[in-house]
Design a protein around this ligand. Structure first.
Ligand SMILES: [Zn+2]
Length: 483
């Protein structure tokens, strides 16, 4: 029996079989296996699926599909009781750095559903492109969704999702029991928005949508009152399109070079009795969080966006940054009772080469013992700075996302059996015409070489101005705070 994710409990008979055509009975009952769980019984009576919810029935059907894939005409008699390890099982797609059309996203959602993943985190805005149409601020897409080129390649990149397309994806997800989380990244990774509306930056200079990568100093001014109003209006319009419980506000990599010299930002820091620029970010984010909490949304923040330590409100921490500071933030927030989503850079970031992040590493990752009690789930992000087309996209996602899906669902961990079961799942990927990576655990030397090549190319596509800004910020912070 080659099921992915591995079910929690399973008994199988090797001598009794059910032959097609057979009937499928769906039963909703109490106390089966929790809100997402199910029982699947195949016997002389046919197929009987029992669950507490339609969602549970849906997941049982995904299991049945895999059984049919493996056994074709004759299903063995089997009894499966199944439920997820984590309530949050996610995948993130960056549609800013490169734009991916609706049909690609739908294909990915189809496969996510077969893997019993239940969360699609949609990274819609960044320095290199604003991808969601809003009535209140038409220039966000008129200007912000277009860039002339990427790192001097001369090739235009543009595109955005209309409100109808967004609603179409939300409905498509609902049919597959997937919740969509929009991400509007604040106050950093906001350059595309500031290209459209420069009045909300500190220096109010005209800038273009980002054409290279790295961490940009062009971030939202958190001093001016108008910036707050601008963001509230954006969040209002976005929140209306997404009925889910969660809203992602980014918070990561906000380089505060201009905040350090901006009279408005410095006045806000003084007036509000804040210690430094990190606390200004915490102050700003707390306002945004309160605004969304009032609408019943729980906010998610990347862990490095919480360095100030003063963010208030209903927030979940997404643990991506694994350095000392990132880890300390996650542990501190977890100790304060905040929930954590696990997305470690070195194990779950699907945009990095297999030489750096082989399949085995993704599968075997274990969360830090200091936060495990607060973990609500796992998510694999795919950033697309260096992914221009669907072909490359599928290579990076599969099969690593299959490993994450299994660890997010199943309490059992068995890498060797996973590999044999993955063979069977690859048949399903084939049916979707997905060209997955067929060497996901490369040998050490070729793996290291491919990784080196990747980083040389990636570095060549970083904007020089961003590198200089990072250096300058460091110096200024050192001068100001003597550390
Ligand atoms: Zn400012």
């Amino acid at each position: 029996m080659k099921l992915i994710p591995l079910p929690q409990a399973l008994t199988v008979s090797n001598k009794d079989f059910l032959t097609k055509p057979y009937i499928i009975n769906n039963i909703i009952a109490e106390k089966v296996a929790g809100p997402e769980g199910y029982r699947l019984d195949i016997g002389s009576q046919g197929v009987v699926i029992t669950a507490e919810t339609p969602r549970g029935l849906f997941y049982a059907k995904q299991t049945l599909t895999q059984l049919e894939e493996e056994y074709a005409e004759q299903l063995p008699f089997v009894s499966i009781t199944d439920f997820p390890r984590y309530a949050y099982r996610g995948f993130m797609l960056d549609c800013s750095r490169h734009f991916f059309p609706i049909d690609i996203i739908k294909k990915q959602l189809d496969i996510m559903a077969t893997l019993k993943l239940n969360t699609f985190h949609w990274h819609l805005t960044d320095d290199q492109g604003w991808r969601i149409q809003l009535d209140g601020f038409p220039r966000l897409t008129e200007i912000g969704s277009k860039r002339a080129q990427t790192a001097g390649d001369g090739k235009k990149v543009e595109g955005f999702y209309t409100k109808d397309e967004i609603s179409d994806i939300v409905a498509y997800c609902a049919d597959r029991f997937i919740e969509v989380i929009p991400e509007i990244d604040l106050p950093g990774h906001f350059k595309a928005a500031l290209a459209a509306y420069p009045q909300f930056s500190c220096n109010q200079l005209e800038i273009t949508v980002g054409e290279g990568f790295g961490i940009s100093p062009d971030i939202l001014c958190a001093g001016k009152e108008e910036s707050y109003e601008f963001c509230y209006s954006i969040l209002d319009e976005v929140a209306e399109l997404f009925p889910g419980r969660y809203f992602h506000l980014g918070g990561d990599e906000a380089l505060k070079l201009y905040w350090l010299d901006c009279p408005d930002c410095q006045k806000r820091i003084a007036d509000c009795g804040l210690k430094n620029e990190e606390e200004l970010q915490g102050y700003f984010m707390s306002k945004m969080v309160a605004h969304l909490n009032e609408k019943g949304k729980t906010v998610i923040n990347w862990n490095d966006g919480m360095l100030g330590g003063n963010i208030k409100g209903d927030i979940i921490v997404q643990y991506w940054k694994e350095n000392k500071i990132g880890r300390e933030v996650a542990i501190k927030e977890a100790k304060n009772g905040r929930k954590v989503i696990i997305s470690p850079f070195f194990s779950y970031y699907l945009d990095y080469p297999y030489g750096m992040t082989p399949l085995k590493k993704t599968y075997n990752y274990e969360a830090d013992g200091a936060i495990t009690d607060q973990v609500i789930g796992l998510e694999a992000p795919l950033w697309t700075e260096h992914i221009e087309d669907a072909e490359k996209l599928w290579q990076q996602i599969y099969p690593r996302l299959v490993a994450l899906a299994e660890r997010a669902w199943s309490n059992k961990k068995d890498y060797q059996s996973f590999l044999t079961r993955l063979d069977n799942f690859n048949n399903i990927l084939n049916r979707y015409n997905i060209l997955y990576c067929n060497n996901p655990n490369p040998y050490l030397l070729p793996g290291k070489l491919a990784t080196l090549k990747f980083f040389i190319k990636a570095l060549s596509r970083v904007e020089k101005g961003n590198l200089n800004a990072m250096k300058k910020t460091k110096e200024k912070l050192k001068n100001k705070y003597n550390k």
